[in-house]
Write a new protein. Structure first.
Length: 204
């Protein structure tokens, strides 16, 4: 084998080993996903997990805010619908109106909180399902990709079987082939075998 043929061989082998190393790297990165166990996010089973804020808001509003608002509403209604009525009778009506409106508002807040909590629970669980589906799709795609890579890897390794006989296992890398090509190009070695022998000498 001439020096030019040896350079061409080193160049071809370097490219082949570089492609194999790239495939192996991608396989290793894909396999990292399978090495770590996947714990799917927890689904919410009870709507009450989203409800506590509405209960507290209802209590605070209906104790400290709404009675005052309802007082002004009932006072306005008294002057509008019952002008000149007896004060005691008007006060009684206002008290009943304030109590009734406050209770109705509290119930309304709780009903709103109930339906809103159910809606939040459904949306949360839907997002969890979507995340799980995306994970499953990604895993499926990676498994298919790994199958393709393994076929390509085996094919490339089979093509190198005949050339591998003249190359020790520890030198079957793209970086070593680059060193072989460099040694041949700089006339430190005349043949491919001489360049491999030079590598052995330099490594010892």
């Amino acid at each position: 084998m001439t020096r030019e043929e040896s350079i061409a061989l080193a160049d071809r082998l370097g490219k082949e080993y570089a492609a194999i190393e790239k495939i192996q790297k991608e396989l290793d990165e894909n396999n990292k996903m399978f090495d770590h166990p996947y714990a799917p996010p927890r689904k919410v089973k009870e709507w009450s997990e989203f409800y506590n804020g509405y209960l507290l808001a209802g209590i605070l509003l209906c104790v400290f805010v709404m009675p005052i608002v309802n007082y002004f509403i009932s006072a306005f209604a008294e002057t509008l619908f019952f002008p000149g009525d007896y004060p005691l009778k008007a006060i009684n009506r206002m008290i009943y109106a304030i109590i009734f409106m406050t209770i109705a508002e509290f119930v309304g807040i709780q009903l709103f909180g109930y339906f809103r909590s159910k809606s939040k629970m459904a949306a949360f669980n839907e997002n969890v399902d979507m995340e799980i589906r995306k994970r499953e799709e990604k895993v499926h795609a990676l498994r298919n990709r790994n199958s393709e890579l393994l076929v390509e890897l085996a094919d490339r390794q089979n093509k190198l079987m005949s050339d591998a006989r003249i190359i020790p296992a520890e030198y079957r890398t793209s970086s070593h082939m680059h060193q072989v090509k460099k040694a041949l190009s700089c006339s430190k070695a005349e043949t491919f075998e001489d360049a491999i022998a030079l590598l052995r000498q330099e490594s010892h």
